[in-house]
Design a protein around this ligand. Structure first.
Ligand SMILES: [Ca+2]
Length: 461
């Protein structure tokens, strides 16, 4: 418990709000020319904003890091079994032998809820209720994985209907998604009310602002800018409702809330001043907005530029709860609690942070420097937009960071190079099933597992 200030021995409540695909400058603390995210602006005024919080380029890898405190590559989830993320009916998922942040908090008697998009496996053995959560309510994967008249883009086969799930039971098919943000919010507020007398952990991964965009009726048209902005505004409202529920029950001094995005913004988002978008290992693919709020504990109105990441959630929450992070395996994240509390001299735990795309090692950041595997070097403190390659004039830095890339290559792997420190992905025992069988009119069988392509990390139907 050394990480907690001396005046309290109580394990705090922990709330992790994880927005899908929100860009670095989609919300007011990261920009000043909008007025539709007042709750997040206030959360930042009352808390600490991070400017170098890293996630992963896409959904499933990012969530595996949040849940395990590890690089997605280490836990076998730097991609799905045949696509960059897990697909409906995928036989891969978060290995139940991994220890999740919810598992860790359960050892200290926390009530744990997952509300929203899971995307770490939709087969029975991978569900949140099998990974440390007492309850689950939401869509088990991305909201775009739904039937479309004609297979589009990344979708090589028609998806089954989109399921809304409670615990391990189907609630209904989701067609109009406008109710989701409000429904998730209501669940979270009710959970706070019900569990206000004991420590709790809420993991709230929103389905928005991932396409297909939707917002509640009262939010459509609200910003006058477009459905994307309306959807962002509703996420802001949702966050305000959660903070209000904490105040109503006099829990704000006992609750740490972290708001973060799961990857960089799409071209619909505002990612400035970062280069690139979701799916890339440019800063715009992996650096995300992140705000921590805990009145009286996390300093108000502060900005931290330290390198932090999704992987830090597990070690940090474990420390705050007085629980032990797993000691029988490598955990890549670091306990951020001293940094969160604004202790003098508290620093990032990363001597190097690695950027993976699918199973490829693409870059490393050490302090201000980011070296891409292509040989391009940027000073991302002076040049956050990665505009000026300064490799030629910094040969020593390039050499030092290349050595770091080699370390990662041996430990975590790179392409065909298997990492010595990687653990196996979870594999469903099957038979693989969709939550809702495909409609007969799709012309495809009701359940159709995909097959692995020999020699490829990816597979197709
Ligand atoms: Ca995402």
């Amino acid at each position: 418990m050394s990480a907690l200030p001396a005046q309290s021995n109580a394990a705090p409540n922990l709330i992790l709000i994880n927005v899908d695909d929100m860009g670095y400058a989609d919300i007011e603390p990261y920009r000043s020319d909008i007025e539709y995210t007042p709750n997040l602006a206030r959360m930042a005024r009352e808390g600490t904003k991070f400017t170098s919080w890293y996630a992963a380029p896409v959904c499933s890898p990012s969530r595996s890091a949040l849940m395990t405190g590890c690089y997605p590559k280490r836990v076998g989830l730097s991609f799905g079994s045949w696509h960059a993320v897990l697909m409906p009916g995928d036989w891969h998922g978060l290995n139940p032998s991994e220890v999740t942040v919810a598992d860790v908090l359960k050892t200290k008697g926390y009530a744990t809820a997952c509300i929203g998009k899971w995307h770490l496996g939709d087969q029975p053995e991978f569900l949140p209720t099998k990974q440390g959560f007492d309850s689950y309510f939401g869509i088990p994967y991305s909201n775009d994985m739904r039937p479309t008249p004609k297979p589009l883009g990344i979708q090589e086969y028609p998806h089954p209907p989109l399921p809304l799930v409670r615990n391990e039971t189907l609630v209904q098919e989701v067609t109009d998604q406008g109710f989701l943000t409000a429904a998730y919010t209501r669940e979270a507020v009710q959970f706070i009310e019900k569990n206000r007398g004991k420590p709790f952990f809420i993991y709230l991964p929103h389905s928005m602002v991932h396409a297909p965009l939707a917002a509640g009726k009262e939010w459509v048209g609200k910003t006058g800018k477009g459905l994307y902005e309306d959807s962002v505004a509703e996420i802001d409202w949702s966050t305000g409702e959660i903070l209000a529920a904490l105040k109503k029950h006099n829990l704000e001094k006992k609750t740490l809330v972290i708001f973060v995005s799961d990857n960089g913004g799409t071209p619909r988002a505002v990612n400035r001043p970062l280069r690139g978008n979701k799916g890339s290992t440019w800063e715009g693919g992996m650096r995300v907005p992140a705000i921590a709020w805990w009145p009286g504990r996390v300093p108000a109105g502060r900005t931290s530029h330290e390198i932090v990441s999704n992987m830090d959630v597990l070690p940090t929450f474990a420390a705050l709860a007085g629980a032990k992070a797993p000691a029988d395996r490598k955990i890549d994240g670091h306990d951020l609690s001293a940094l969160l509390m604004g202790r003098a001299g508290a620093k990032s735990g990363y001597d190097a942070f690695y950027f993976y795309h699918v199973n490829q090692l693409r870059a490393v950041r050490v302090g201000a420097w980011k070296l891409h595997a292509t040989g391009e070097l940027f000073n991302v403190e002076a040049d956050i937009g990665e505009t000026k390659n300064v490799a030629a004039e910094n040969e020593g830095v390039v050499k030092r960071l290349q050595a770091k890339l080699e370390e990662a290559r041996a430990d975590l792997g790179d392409g065909e190079i298997a990492g010595k420190g990687c653990r196996p992905v979870g594999k469903a025992k099957g038979p693989l099933r969709f939550w809702i069988p495909r409609h007969a009119e799709s012309g495809y069988p009701p359940h159709a597992p995909v097959k692995k392509v020999p020699g490829s990390p990816l597979t197709v139907q």
